[in-house]
Unconditional design. Structure first.
Length: 115
């Protein structure tokens, strides 16, 4: 299962112990939208709980700070990136490939602080 940080996703019924653990770990829940991991979530613990409850691997992907798309596909650092420990502010392959990537990141980061 793939989970995009900051996006809503659905899960099968987990049982009260797993649901309670996810809530304590800062996972957001909305009856209509489902679950959401965000920067306030204890990502390491939540990912462990999800993997255990689902019995399958759960992959966390990050959102591009510039365009909002999934930033992980095509990322040259993907194989060595621990997404539960790095900043949630990444650039997708399209926005990180140019010579102005740092300026793009800096501008988008500054804008995220304002909004």
């Amino acid at each position: 299962m793939k989970v995009l940080l900051g996006s809503w996703f659905t899960l099968p019924r987990l049982g009260t112990a797993a649901f309670s653990a996810l809530m304590k770990q800062g996972v957001k829940y909305d009856r209509a939208l489902g679950f959401r991991l965000d920067v306030d979530t204890d990502l390491g613990s939540a990912m462990t709980t999800l993997r255990s409850a689902l019995g399958e691997d759960v992959e966390l992907d990050l959102r591009c700070i510039e365009c909002g798309k999934d930033a992980c596909p095509g990322c040259r650092y993907s194989s060595m990136c621990d997404r539960a420990k790095v900043s949630s502010l990444c650039l997708c392959a399209e926005h990180s490939s140019g010579a102005d990537a740092f300026d793009t990141y800096r501008r988008a980061y500054a804008q995220s602080l304002i909004s």
